[in-house]
Unconditional design. Structure first.
Length: 202
């Protein structure tokens, strides 16, 4: 009888976590609608996944919106900078791609700008995780995020690959937007939490 209850408890616990991940995904999507709030929404989603889903502490919606409000200003300012640089790199990539047959340096520049965009995205993944856990100036936050991104390059590449797969799944199956952001952040936080702990004791 005890094993039956343990089985049911484990099943209900798993279903509860799945529903939490879906709710976090929907909250993330809703709060990303202005685009400039992607950073605040990602920071809040990361914080909520770690606190509520993994540590089973606190209320999901309260934790999400508390982190969203607390980190709103810093995340929006940083996100605007990242968006500006990202749009410039994306424009350069598009322009160079259109010139592949007429400009001999186009292929090199295409790889160069693409690499810069990938590095920018990887730094962003660190930025919002650090913002959810540490209180520091925006300048120091950006500096430690870029430092950690280069220092933990194997993890950075793994996280970027996970991000890319998530984007591909959502593009191929739009219904995946209901749960894939939360799944991504849950998987991403497993690796990122190990990294963050190194800086908590530094």
């Amino acid at each position: 009888m005890g094993s039956v209850f343990r089985l049911e408890g484990g099943l209900m616990g798993a279903l509860g976590k799945i529903s939490d991940v879906c709710i976090i995904s929907l909250l993330w999507l809703f709060c990303c609608l202005p685009v400039v709030t992607i950073g605040a929404s990602t920071t809040a989603a990361y914080y909520t996944v770690v606190k509520v889903v993994k540590r089973q502490s606190g209320n999901l919606t309260q934790s999400f919106f508390s982190s969203f409000r607390e980190n709103f200003k810093d995340s929006v300012i940083i996100n605007l900078v990242y968006l500006g640089i990202g749009c410039l790199l994306a424009f350069n990539i598009y322009t160079v791609y259109q010139s592949l047959e007429t400009y001999e340096m186009a292929l090199f520049l295409l790889f160069f700008y693409t690499a810069l965009l990938v590095v920018l995205l990887m730094a962003g993944l660190y930025n919002y995780a650090f913002l959810s856990r540490f209180s520091m100036s925006r300048k120091n936050l950006v500096k430690i995020s870029w430092f950690a991104m280069f220092r933990h390059m194997p993890s950075s590449l793994l996280l970027f690959a996970l991000f890319a797969v998530t984007c591909i799944v959502i593009v191929a199956f739009p219904i995946g937007a209901i749960f894939m952001p939360g799944v991504f952040i849950a998987c991403y936080s497993r690796r990122m939490e190990r990294i963050l702990r190194k800086y908590m004791t530094a």
